[in-house]
Write a protein that binds this ligand. Structure first.
Ligand code: UDP
Length: 243
């Protein structure tokens, strides 16, 4: 570490990125320039000495609920959604390694020829060795979301903070894209998120964080450098805690 290297306030964090984050300027799939940028930001965190785990969504490829609305059996649709998250995870692993950072995809669904199975102790070992661990296939169960997978994995690996990427600067009283009068909260409690039905993560994920006292920070992925600022301890976006 050089004098210029910013010091990290956290030892271990988990970053949740939706599949949409990878869309960039595309309508479907992955925008290579966006993937490269995100990989660069995650590499920077790792170079600060923080252990980084990532959960990726799959909404840029398939969402189970959407496929089910189109007539598909929901469980099959969710299996497709989970496989989509594995594809995104492989893409991120590749982009990280292209930038000289070691990464491992661990899948909640066995798919051994492609990536490792999720085994908690092994995941923690990878993190301790400075590898970025990308959790694919969500929780491995239909009817769940990758937000819930993010809170579950963060708790399992004892992450100190869950960082949830969005397209706006935190949590607002209303959709800021539609309502210009919407105000941004700097701090919130999980209970307020639930009672006011604020659009942060699904209720299962929020309850998991609340009951396990895992702090959550919602930030704007479109602001390059925000991830680094948060890890340095700056008050960026919205922080959600128990009290
Ligand atoms: N999914 C699932 N179980 C999980 C996580 C995800 O069945 O534990 C499926 C579900 O169909 C979901 C899709 O994978 O729609 C993609 O995940 P998500 O919608 O959470 O992705 P994001 O919105 O974050 O891109």
């Amino acid at each position: 570490m050089t004098d210029a290297t910013p010091t990290a306030r956290y030892q271990r964090i988990l970053v949740k990125l939706s599949g949409e984050a990878l869309l960039g300027n595309e309508d479907y799939g992955i925008d290579p320039s966006m993937l490269k940028r995100i990989a660069g930001e995650i590499r920077d965190l790792s170079q600060m000495g923080v252990q980084v785990a990532v959960v990726l969504g799959g909404g840029n490829i398939f969402r189970g609920a959407g496929l089910a609305r189109a007539g598909m059996d929901r469980v099959t649709a969710d299996h497709m959604g989970m496989l989509a998250t594995v594809m995104n995870a492989l893409a991120l692993q590749d982009a990280l390694e292209a930038q000289g950072t070691y990464a491992r995809v661990m899948s909640a669904i066995r798919i051994n020829e492609v990536c490792e199975d999720y085994i908690r102790r092994r995941a923690v070992r990878h993190l301790e060795k400075g590898r970025i661990v990308i959790f694919g296939a969500g929780t491995g169960n239909p009817f769940f979301t990758t937000d819930t997978a993010a809170s579950l994995r963060a708790i399992e690996i004892n992450a100190e903070l869950l960082l949830k990427a969005t397209k706006v600067n935190g949590v607002y009283s209303d959709d800021p894209m539609k309502n210009p009068a919407a105000v941004r909260y700097a701090r919130l409690t999980f209970d307020k998120v639930l009672t006011d039905k604020l659009n942060v993560m699904d209720a299962t994920a929020v309850v998991m964080c609340r009951d396990n006292r895992l702090p959550l920070r919602v930030f704007n992925l479109n602001n390059p450098g925000d991830l680094t600022r948060i890890v340095r301890g700056e008050d960026v976006g919205t922080v959600v805690t128990v009290e």
